[in-house]
Design a protein around this ligand. Structure first.
Ligand code: AMP
Length: 360
């Protein structure tokens, strides 16, 4: 079973590492021949909008999936006509566009911050009149890890924000004051089987995930998050792993965004759950029985951004699992991560503190 993955980043690499024991083999499409996936599979060199190379990959594999979201949907629809392509293209197309995403949440009655589409400076003023300040303006497309967005605190911020993003569709969102950020990761197989991981608490800095803690053990929110995820599964006749990120506000879940793929906030599942998100994604798209998503105690995951900490002191922390993606360093680039697993939350938190002291 040869699986093609669009994008050979760390997510693709971890998918391949999980898929090999199940007999899957991997080929990636990527612009770079030394992307993380190159260590564990063949690379077809090409851009993500290169129709010819996409077709070349599709012609050489049995099944296709992706580790990047920014692939033109029209090209993927062509591919999905010819070969099994999962998760479904419409789910990816929705996640690529914040306006579509917000409309999906509205349709499925999943609460979000208040929002308005913006296509002119006048529309931005009208949206601010309606939503009030502070607010956050985001580009509808190509925004990730805090890029493509800016906070508006006073009326004088509107004109510069408009000029900064002029020409692309925008969305204005109410700036919410949340207690915490959490995510739910679930998986649905082509056979319709579903399974859910424990809610994960995520701590971001400058829009980039710094660390995650699991489980975020609040049973009523767990049930609600699973219900919301189930609605998205049903809407797309989904197969694969799917993530929804939420804000917790006044003890309630308010959705921020969906990711139709394995997710950074689920890296702890490699050592902290019976079956990882990566293995379950492969099982799901191949139509195999899903693996148990139960947690094995308590886990913390810390991203290594910009530089890798020295290996030995990290490994000396009890329950530490070090992941080096094999990327060259660049400021704030995700180069690796470490997961701490422990039997109790207190032991996990102690390990996390030691790890954070090494990461800086
Ligand atoms: P996003 O790219 O939408 O995931 O946003 C990146 C980060 O910005 C989030 O993880 C939040 O920390 C923050 N953020 C995004 N939207 C809002 C909002 N409406 N109100 C407050 N903070 C937000």
């Amino acid at each position: 079973m040869k699986i093609g993955i669009i994008g050979a980043g760390q997510l693709g690499r971890m998918l391949a590492l999980a898929g090999y024991p199940l007999g899957s083999r991997f080929r990636f499409l990527d612009r770079s021949s030394d992307a993380p996936g190159a260590q564990v599979g063949e690379i077809v060199l090409g851009r993500f909008d290169d129709a010819e190379q996409l077709a070349a990959l599709a012609n050489s594999v049995d099944l296709m999936t992706f580790d990047v979201e920014n692939v033109p949907a029209d090209l993927l629809y062509d591919i999905a006509d010819k070969i099994n392509f999962l998760p479904p293209v419409p789910a990816l197309e929705t996640a690529q566009d914040r306006l579509r995403e917000k409309r999906l949440f509205a349709e499925l009655e999943i609460p979000t911050p208040r929002w308005q589409p913006v296509d002119s400076l006048d529309a931005l003023h009208a949206a601010v009149d309606d939503i009030d300040l502070p607010a956050i303006v985001k580009t509808c497309r190509l925004g990730y890890d805090g890029r493509g967005q800016t906070v508006l605190r006073k009326l004088e911020d509107l004109q510069p924000a408009w000029e900064r993003f002029a020409g692309v569709p925008l969305i204005l969102e109410q700036f919410v004051r949340y207690e915490r950020e959490v995510s739910i990761i679930g998986v649905r197989s082509t056979e319709g089987e579903t399974a859910y991981y424990a809610l994960t608490e995520n701590v971001h800095e400058h829009g980039i995930l710094r660390h995650s803690l699991a489980p975020y053990d609040v049973p009523n929110l767990q049930r609600l998050a699973e219900k919301y995820l189930q609605r998205v599964f049903d809407r797309y006749d989904y197969a694969g792993v799917l993530t929804i990120e939420f804000f917790v506000i006044d003890g309630k879940l308010v959705a921020n965004e969906i990711a139709p793929r394995v997710h950074n906030s689920g890296h702890w599942t490699i050592e902290g759950a019976v079956t990882s998100q990566f293995e379950n994604h492969i099982r799901a798209i191949r139509g195999l029985p899903l693996g148990d998503t139960s947690g094995l105690g308590h886990a913390a995951m810390v991203n290594f951004l910009g530089q890798l900490p020295v290996l030995e002191p990290v490994l000396a922390i009890r329950g530490a699992h070090y992941h080096d993606y094999g990327k060259s360093p660049r400021p704030m680039r995700k180069l690796g991560h470490c997961t701490i697993t422990a039997e109790t939350a207190a032991a996990r938190d102690e390990g996390l503190l030691s790890l954070l002291a090494l990461v800086g």
